[in-house]
Design a protein around this ligand. Structure first.
Ligand code: MRU
Length: 345
């Protein structure tokens, strides 16, 4: 099931808020519609958001074809700013929009029609490259997966969160294809249940054995010696290796450390933010309180109770055993490795 489809100048996004109950695509014909879909998590997961935003820039270019070149570039810039304002933590969004704007800027003397065509090709490249990167992450990551592995994961870092195959689930898929995976424990991932709704659904479709647990069960299951390793995705990795990912990831890393269980982060180069020295600088998205006040549209919290709903947390590098990337597995000290492998993105 593809999370993002580009067809006849329309962006089709699998509506991830409806899964697994309904399989529905939302059609976007304008960049504003794409921005709305990113904000409302119709499309989610750092790489998938980046791919969607790239196509959002193509739609913007097609909307502004009649503008003069100067106006066209200004309007394209503003469209990029709108797309970037939707979700602050996933760096892939900013990376993709900046890359698209640069492709236009490098060709600003061309006709608006030609710039739109250049952007369409650039977005398709970003889309196709992401699948290849994930396959590469899988090939590198499988080297640290023991035979008969039981792997815990959090949120959804799979095909749904990317252009296909997945990052953390890419490693899991490769291990399954090689016959060395016993099973996956998926944490449900409160409050939006990406683990319960998406990861279980995605793995089950590929017949990969998966057991669902609530987030609060992770420590107990680790203490019972049932977990060989934890693999999660990332929304932004700072130069020192600190990694932002779905809220609850940091707790899992602390638990894994206590129980001497290897804890890996899997992500493509587009998730590494070379401008951020450490995780302290990463902006953490705070989402609407109704996500935690309600369960399936029923309000379960007494009135007048304060709520706080950060959507991500940062796992400090010292709790990360290794960062599995498309260019290899990084070990501490991360800064040196990141500089060596990623200074030329
Ligand atoms: O809020 P979401 O569902 O967009 O959060 C997604 C995650 O935290 C993923 O783990 C991360 O984006 C990596 S996806 C390959």
């Amino acid at each position: 099931m593809k999370s993002v489809i580009w067809e006849n100048s329309t962006l089709k996004l699998l509506n991830q808020t409806k899964l697994p109950l309904r399989i529905e695509y939302v059609n976007c014909k304008t960049h504003k519609e794409v921005a709305g879909c990113i904000k409302n998590m119709i499309v989610r997961g750092a790489p998938a958001i980046g791919v969607a935003a790239a196509y959002g820039m193509v739609l913007a270019a097609k909307e502004f074809l009649e503008a003069s070149n100067k106006n066209f570039m200004d309007k394209l810039y503003n469209a990029g700013e709108l797309l970037k304002s939707t979700r602050p933590t996933a760096v892939n969004l900013f990376w993709a929009v900046d890359k698209m704007y640069k492709a236009a800027k490098d060709n600003e003397e061309a006709s608006t029609m030609d710039i739109a065509l250049i952007l369409e090709k650039a977005a398709i490249d970003i889309h196709e490259e992401d699948i290849a990167l994930n396959k590469s992450i899988g090939a590198h990551g499988v080297k640290v997966v023991p035979v008969g592995a039981v792997i815990m994961t959090h949120c959804n870092a799979g095909a749904l969160a990317t252009a296909g195959y997945g990052t953390a689930l890419g490693v899991i898929r490769t291990a399954f294809e090689k016959g060395i995976l016993e099973k996956v424990f998926a944490c449900e991932t409160r409050p939006l249940l990406q683990g319960a709704r998406l990861t279980t659904w995605e793995l089950h479709q590929d017949k990969i054995p998966v057991t669902l647990i609530t987030d609060s069960m992770a420590g107990y299951i680790m203490s019972q010696g049932q977990i060989d390793m934890v693999i999660v995705g990332a929304d932004r990795i700072a130069k020192n290796g600190d990694a932002a990912n779905k809220i609850g990831t940091y707790s899992l890393a602390v638990l894994a450390n206590y129980h001497n269980i290897p804890f890996f982060v899997a992500a493509p180069y587009s998730t590494i933010d070379m401008d951020m020295a450490s995780g302290d600088e990463i902006i953490i998205e705070e989402r609407h309180c109704n996500e935690i006040r309600h369960i399936q549209d029923v309000e379960v919290v007494p009135e007048d109770i304060h709520t706080y709903n950060p959507a991500f947390d940062v796992t400090p590098n010292k709790l990360i055993t290794g960062i599995i990337t498309d260019r290899g597995i990084l070990a501490a000290p991360y800064e040196k490795e990141i500089d060596r492998l990623f200074s030329k993105k």
